[in-house]
Design a binder for this molecule. Structure first.
Ligand SMILES: [Mg+2]
Length: 273
């Protein structure tokens, strides 16, 4: 059955969990080993007034986060203000990413990039298509992140050959599970490309899978990862990794190291035997 990566991802994650239980090893060991005690997270900052976003960044900075992804991609003038106000309160070792989530047309992206030309900020997925992003990338001096356009190995290789990005965002379910995402991860390491490792969204189970892939990625190649279970209000598993001062460590228990809360998840929608 071709395609359907989002559906296949859950099944693929379950297979890695089973393999880990049979082997008596955490998934991160099966994926290449554990790099360091823990790994770095970023905090996404929802779009709002520039002052409000700066206030949110200051609050999360207090909690230990050092990498911040601003949701921009709206009015260029306001986006410039958002980026500038947040950049002003960060330390030189912090990292700031302006993620437009495909939201700008090319002329808008060009204006924003010119408006923040002197700011130390990464630009993520400014426009909808790969061709638009590439055109903007070629006239920008900022480090560049591609996200939505990279949905498989083909696009990863094409983007690398074109020099279209400095960092790539690997979302597990966009690739169809840990098997394909870890293949992409290993390829990025070989090509010298840093990564954000995360997913489109998720709770405890997805966060555990992200943690195993992120923690088994050589530290210098892991740009950031996401603690999705800090963003949601419902817990779907026991034993899920938790953020500590803007960082996270994966479980040392076999498999994904979690036990699903079946009462929260409800009745099974598919039974495989
Ligand atoms: Mg993004």
């Amino acid at each position: 059955m071709k395609g359907h990566p989002y559906v296949k991802t859950g099944i693929d994650m379950a297979c890695w969990d089973i393999l880990g239980h049979v082997a008596g090893q955490p998934v991160c060991t099966l994926l290449g080993g554990r790099y360091g005690e823990d790994f770095v997270l970023y905090r996404a900052i929802s779009q709002g007034a520039p002052e409000e976003m700066a206030e949110n960044v200051a609050g999360y900075r207090e909690q230990g986060y050092r990498r911040f992804q601003l949701k921009v991609g709206a009015d260029p003038q306001q986006d410039i203000e958002r980026i500038r106000q947040v950049a002003d309160l960060l330390a030189p070792s912090d990292k700031l990413i302006a993620d437009a989530n495909t939201g700008w047309l090319m002329h808008e992206a060009a204006r924003v990039l010119r408006g923040v030309a002197d700011v130390d900020v990464y630009i993520e997925q400014p426009c909808l298509s790969y061709e638009e992003c590439l055109a903007i990338r070629r006239r920008a001096s900022h480090p560049f992140v591609l996200d939505e356009n990279v949905d498989g190995i083909d696009m990863l290789l094409r983007g690398h050959a074109d020099g279209a990005m400095d960092v790539v965002n690997i979302k597990i379910s966009k690739f169809g599970g840990l098997t394909k995402a870890s293949l992409a991860r290993d390829l990025c390491v070989e090509m010298g490309l840093a990564m954000t490792i995360e997913d489109s969204w998720g709770g405890d189970i997805t966060t555990a899978a992200i943690a195993h892939l992120a923690h088994s990625t050589p530290t210098e190649f892991l740009f950031t990862a996401t603690d999705f279970n800090s963003y949601v209000t419902v817990s779907t598993a026991n034993g899920a990794p938790q953020r500590v001062h803007g960082r996270m460590a994966t479980s040392q228990a076999p498999g994904l190291g979690i036990s699903p809360k079946w009462d929260v998840l409800g009745a099974a929608v598919v039974d495989v035997s």
